[in-house]
Design a protein around this ligand. Sequence first.
Ligand code: PXL
Length: 276
Amino acid sequence: MRSFQRILTVQDISCVGQCSLTVALPILSACGIETAILPSAVLSTHTGGFKGFTFRDLTEDIPLIRDHWKKEGLTFSALYTGYLGSAKQIEYVKSLASEVLDPGAPLIVDPAMADNGKLYTGFDMPFVEEMKKLVFSADIILPNITEACLLTGTGYRAEYDGKYIKDLLDALSAAGAKRTVLTGVGYRKGYTGVAIRDGDSDFYYEHVRLEPGCHGTGDVFASAFCGAYLRGKSITESARIAADYTLKCIIKTKEHPDHWYGVTFEPVLPELVAEL
Ligand code: PXL
């Protein structure tokens, strides 16, 4: 067994746009964790607001990369997945989870595919069906409400109460989710938070909500969560640290009204590190 931790994260490279790997790699590295990457696709920008972006699908590279790692005996202390470019990739990612993870290493899945009641550009229901297989085999999942609705066949609501969220968490658990960190859960004006289901226990962490939200906050949250979790924090503590960090990033982003495409997460990294 290795004497150090090495996480593998699989998601796209959006060359410009501050999301997916360009967020995960610096945040996890700042958390002090060696981070191996497997790009699922290379896009010139992310798909949220830019037009005419390029998209290089790397699906067929995934099994080749996996097989090389197997030959080299390279394994990982955790697998964290984000935006995946095709349904076929989800199948390959499942094989990574079974073939290159250390015994007992957690699979952490952010089913990054939808927000605000809508699938992101380029995704469809067959993709959601395939994503269900990955999500419900994971150790920890990090969906937002829209994704949780798609994964459980629940009708999306922009306004809701505690019962709606409890039912959503119940539906995820019934479908196979082991531990859920549900993001973007707000019950009163001006506030949002994270609802956590860890086994039989539910927790809720509320914090201020700033409008309008920024693109890429889900990736910042998920990366900081994984960093804190791998540094030995509990699931609830990791969710609190990640939520506080994400909020600080949004505050920083608002200093630059022309910075519309992503989250200014870099200047706040020292504050994240200080929490670990
Ligand atoms: O932040 C999620 C994300 C990641 N990668 C790409 C995206 C998005 C959201 O739109 O377009 C390419």
